[in-house]
Each structure stands twice: as structure tokens, then as C-alpha cells.
Ligand binder design. Structure first.
Ligand code: SF4
Length: 304
């Protein structure tokens, strides 16, 4: 086994990423999952460093800007026995990576996506990201932002994600429970995590969020789980409406959960009946040194 060397966690003091790291580690430990079966895939940005900082022997893949969901899709479909978690920033996952973000939802692959949502591109000095609201002027912007914000929850719901939630990086215990539920959920899961960036976002600060954030669990009658097909439309509409509550009050918790939709792995199994037992990671890729894709050479060598 390769010895892990201590890694200096170089996020800025007070960064919300620390809360996400701690919540994610605790969630994996408390679920009792073998860390060796966990793959954390990240992109580019401050959030991208999370696999390096995990104090668990997980596998981490630090990929390209906007492409972490594409990598995660390949990993999960090659080996569906792995727990695959994607950590992306809002700029990374909802800007350049938005195409992959949408298509994960329509496939409903059993992957959990955690968006570190801080409204800025922190690693490159605080430019406006797709989740910064119009009219807001953070300290790096010469003028207020002139673009409207993406609503990650509404996009995820419209794309087909079957678990949609919002967490808050400074409420680590609540976030940990959400991450556990997202990992256990069968299908594509999104947690949009409010992650203050104290260095570049001087609007959506800890003090700003602390006054506004409230838990959906404490709302009488709130029930986001679809248990029968007939409930799906009503609960979907309820989640969409709630996802637009922003300003004086900001809800966190589960907005929508529906495990009645078949996962992509289920759909593949209907086409390839032995997919779950004989998935690509288990298949032979060469016979006596000859790639199984080189049929002519295998015939010539009398290997098939
Ligand atoms: Fe965190 Fe912002 Fe610093 Fe990046 S720039 S590490 S998001 S505080």
C-alpha cells in the first residue's frame, strides 16, 4: 500500500470548503463504506483540491475544468460497484460543465454531485460565476454583475435528477446527513452547497447566510419523497417553486427525492442482461498480449 504523506490544506482561512470536506469525510465513515470503493472526482477550482485533502484512503481523480461529470460517468459505468462522488465548483460545474451536468440528470446514473456554490471563481481571483445574482457587485468586480443567476436546483429538477437538495457549508452536521442520503440514493443526486468564499465574495458571507438559512425539515408538512407515481408531478412542482425562494429566507434540506425512476444502470441491464455481473472493468482487454479489439491479429494468432 502506498503511504500517504501529510498534505497541507491550502484553502483560505474560514473558507466554506473546510465544512464540506469534514461533512463528506464523516458521511463516508458513518455509512461504513470501504473507502477503497469510493472515487471522488473533481474539476478545476478551489473545490477541485478536495480529493487531495481527504483524510481517507479513497481514490481521487482531479480532472479537467468542467469535465468531472464526464469522467465520473465513465468510472461509474465501467464499474458500477464503486461509489462515485463528484465535487465541483459552481463556475466549473454550472459554467463550462453545464452540458455534462444536464445530461447526468437525464441518464439518472447513480452518482452524487456536490456543488461548492460560492458565486465566484475563487481560484482565479473572484470573477462572477453563473450563480452570482444580477446587480451584485463582489469586491473583484468593477461594476455590478449584469447576468442573471442560474438556479442549480431548478436546472437539476428539469434535467431529471432524482435527488435534489441544498446544504450549507457551515452547518456541517446537517450537510453530513444530506451527503449520506445522496450517496445512498439510487440515481443522480445533486446537493447545491452554499459555500461562503470569505476572500472574494463579500456579499454572501457567513453572517449573511446565518440570518437567512432555515431547514425544510422544520416546515410543517414538508415531504419531498415520491412514494407513488401519482405523487411525482405534485412533488416536482412543489420542489421547483421552493427552489426559487431566495432573499430574506433561504431553505436548505431535501427538495425532491424519487427512487421510482430507473437508473441508467437498470436501463443498461435491460439491454445487456449480465451488465451488473460482467461490467467493463471486469472484462478481459487482452489475450496473450494482443488487445481484444484487434480481431484480425487474434484470428491470425489463433487466439479466437
Ligand atoms: Fe475558499 Fe474563496 Fe479562498 Fe477559494 S478563494 S479557498 S473558495 S475562500
Amino acid at each position: 500500500m502506498v503511504e500517504r504523506k501529510p498534505v497541507f490544506v491550502d484553502w483560505c482561512p474560514g473558507c466554506g470548503d473546510f465544512g464540506i470536506l469534514r461533512a463528506e469525510e464523516m458521511a463516508i465513515r458513518e455509512l461504513g463504506i470501504d473507502p477503497k470503493s469510493v472515487v471522488i472526482v473533481s474539476g478545476i477550482g478551489c473545490s477541485g483540491k478536495i480529493p487531495h485533502f481527504m483524510n481517507l484512503p479513497i481514490s481521487g481523480v482531479h480532472t479537467l475544468h468542467g469535465r468531472s461529470i464526464a469522467f465520473a460517468t465513465g468510472i461509474k459505468l465501467s464499474n458500477p460497484s464503486l461509489e462515485v462522488i463528484v465535487n465541483v465548483g459552481d463556475g466549473d460545474g454550472l459554467g463550462i460543465g453545464m452540458g455534462h451536468f444536464v445530461h447526468l440528470g437525464r441518464r439518472n446514473i447513480d452518482i452524487a454531485v456536490l456543488v461548492h456554490n460560492n458565486g465566484v471563481y475563487g481560484l482565479t481571483k473572484g470573477q462572477a460565476s453563473p450563480t452570482l445574482h444580477r446587480g451584485e457587485k463582489t469586491k473583484s468586480l468593477p461594476k455590478p454583475n449584469i447576468m442573471d443567476a442560474v438556479n442549480p436546483l431548478a436546472v437539476a429538477l428539469a434535467a431529471g435528477y432524482t435527488f435534489v437538495a441544498r446544504g450549507y457549508a457551515y452547518d456541517v452536521m446537517h450537510l453530513k446527513e444530506l451527503i449520506k442520503k445522496a450517496i445512498l440514493h439510487k440515481g443522480s443526486a445533486l446537493i447545491d452547497i452554499l459555500q461562503p468564499c470569505p476572500t472574494y465574495n463579500d456579499i454572501n458571507t457567513k453572517e449573511w447566510y446565518d440570518k437567512r438559512v432555515y431547514k425544510l425539515d422544520n416546515v410543517p408538512g414538508w415531504d419531498p419523497v415520491v412514494r407513488k407515481e401519482e405523487e411525482a408531478q405534485k412533488k416536482f412542482e412543489q420542489a421547483i417553486m421552493k427552489s426559487y425562494e431566495w432573499g430574506e429566507k433561504i431553505p436548505i434540506g431535501i427538495f425532491y427525492q424519487n427512487e421510482l425512476v430507473p437508473t441508467f444502470e437498470d436501463r443498461l441491464t435491460s439491454n445487456i442482461p449480465n451488465y451488473r455481473e460482467y461490467y467493463p472493468a471486469k472484462q478481459q482487454i487482452e489475450i496473450n498480449g494482443i488487445s481484444t479489439t484487434k480481431i484480425d491479429e487474434l484470428i491470425k494468432a489463433k487466439r479466437i
